[in-house]
Ligand binder design. Structure first.
Ligand code: C5P
Length: 194
């Protein structure tokens, strides 16, 4: 069976948790596409070459989850040649036999517009900054500034900007528990699977 669940949205909205839970529940493979851009940003040197030569070791680095790595990812993600180098891998993953969940910014719009389920998971910038702050600590105002800055860069870039596909279902997790958000997503997937 070929069945793709595309989950897009801004950082710290709950995409990762929802994606992992959906993949586990339905037995689908999961790809966190943000990790690809984080690895390109962290690799250093020419980002286009980094994207073209990305290896499993690059994706296994221990420092890809930091705020800094997120900002670096967002900068290299605006370079069209970097995005182009990562398209085929993501498309193959999305349409491989057995079902797949991909989370990112452009999965439902660019990588897999034919996805059987498209979700756009979002939350207010303040709620997302609080969540990130609880994870990484530091100065809350600084975390909020970085969240707002990254959203603006991701939504404002010319190539594959972050946005909900026209046929995406929006889940706003600002006032939802993570369990409720997962349950809502699972209900949508189950309905589409019939
Ligand atoms: O989701 P995550 O926070 O790990 O993504 C890091 C950055 O990678 C995002 O801010 C965005 O700039 C970029 N990204 C992207 N397209 C994707 C996934 C991530 O541009 N599909």
């Amino acid at each position: 069976m070929i069945f793709t669940v595309a989950i897009d949205g801004p950082a710290a909205a709950g995409k990762g948790t929802i994606s992992r839970a959906i993949a586990a529940r339905f037995g689908f493979a999961h790809l966190d596409t943000g990790l690809l851009y984080r690895a390109v940003g962290a690799k250093g040197g020419d980002p286009i070459v980094a994207a073209q030569t990305l290896s499993p070791e690059d994706l296994a680095r221990g420092d890809l989850r930091t705020l800094q790595a997120g900002q670096a990812a967002s900068r290299v993600a605006a370079i069209p040649e970097v995005r182009a180098a990562l398209v085929d891998f993501q498309r193959r993953f999305a349409r491989a036999e057995g079902g797949a969940v991909l989370d990112g910014r452009d999965i439902g719009t660019v990588i897999c517009p034919e996805a059987e389920v498209k979700l756009f998971v979002t939350a207010s910038a303040e709620v997302r900054a609080h969540r990130r702050h609880a994870e990484v600590g530091g100065d809350y105002d600084q975390v909020l500034r970085e969240v707002v800055e990254r959203d603006a860069r991701d939504a404002g870039r010319a190539d594959a900007p972050m946005r909900a596909a026209e046929d995406a279902i929006v889940i706003d997790t600002s006032d939802m528990t993570i369990d409720a958000a997962v349950a809502r997503a699972a209900e949508i997937v189950a309905a589409r699977l019939g």
